[in-house]
Ligand binder design. Sequence first.
Ligand code: NAD
Length: 293
Amino acid sequence: MSKIAVIGLGNMGGPMAANLVKAGHEVTGFDLAPGAISEARGAGITIAASAIEAAKGADVIVTMLPAGKHVRAVWGDLASIAKRDALLIDSSTIDVESARAVHALAEKAGLLSVDAPVSGGTGGAKAGTLTFMCGGSEAAFGAAKPVLEAMGKKIVHCGGAGAGQAAKICNNMILGISMIGVGEAFVLAEKLGLSHQALFDVASTSSGQCWSLTSYCPVPGPVPASPANNGYKPGFAAQLMLKDLRLSQEAAGAAGASTPMGALATQLYAIFAASGEAGTDFSGIIEMLRGEG
Ligand code: NAD
């Protein structure tokens, strides 16, 4: 059992902290939002008056915050007060540059640190089946793994500082692009008089096969659990996809990588989100492609 502080008890951090409690850890949390606090309290998390109070004496500090600027601010406050041998884990999805900056902050303070963004969404956070993509030293990853196992099913060490965030945005750039590709194929099939099921049956067992088609099909019918069968209720909201695509483009710009399809997908999701669909599941972009968005 470890003493764990969780800073950021929102849609993801709240259920992740609850799973740490279920695994027998002593969990203290902090959030700025009263709603998140009361829900976390109900799940057995002790609520502190500030992030600093939550982190004092903790063996492990987990942050699950909206963006890089929040993580930089919170780690900036905590690095100097954390226990000498404490481990810092950031599971937020943030820019690679901020991830590397907070690793450096931790290293300067003599602390182990891991960037460990997740995939699996709120469903995976509740079920404890998240995938963690980790960046950091072997020693930091080794220390983080048993903690992450209480919240996830697959824990992957991707490399040094920032490698987890790099893996996350590369994966989600594939996802954003592939969802648009699958959506366009269904829209074309409709115009050609080909049924959704016929396209699915062929493409799902042919070279067009991909996760956006076979696990998250953007038209109702072929994959009963996909958000298309539920009015495109998220799932994974378009605004979160847009956030990740923007991070991919920021990283591509900084690294000098050419990602024209990623750039176009970013533009299309920006248009979709700005049209009042920011909270719609990202697969709902098919309606915009069809001219109905
Ligand atoms: P959320 O907005 O529900 O939760 C973030 C929480 O952080 C909020 O409750 C907010 O009050 C709190 N917060 C902000 N600044 C703070 C501070 N200084 N101190 C303490 N608390 C603070 O967001 P979420 O859906 O839980 O996502 C968290 C992170 O996980 C994001 O980086 C997101 O991109 C990533 N993520 C989300 C999903 C998803 O499906 N929701 C999936 C994968 C990754």
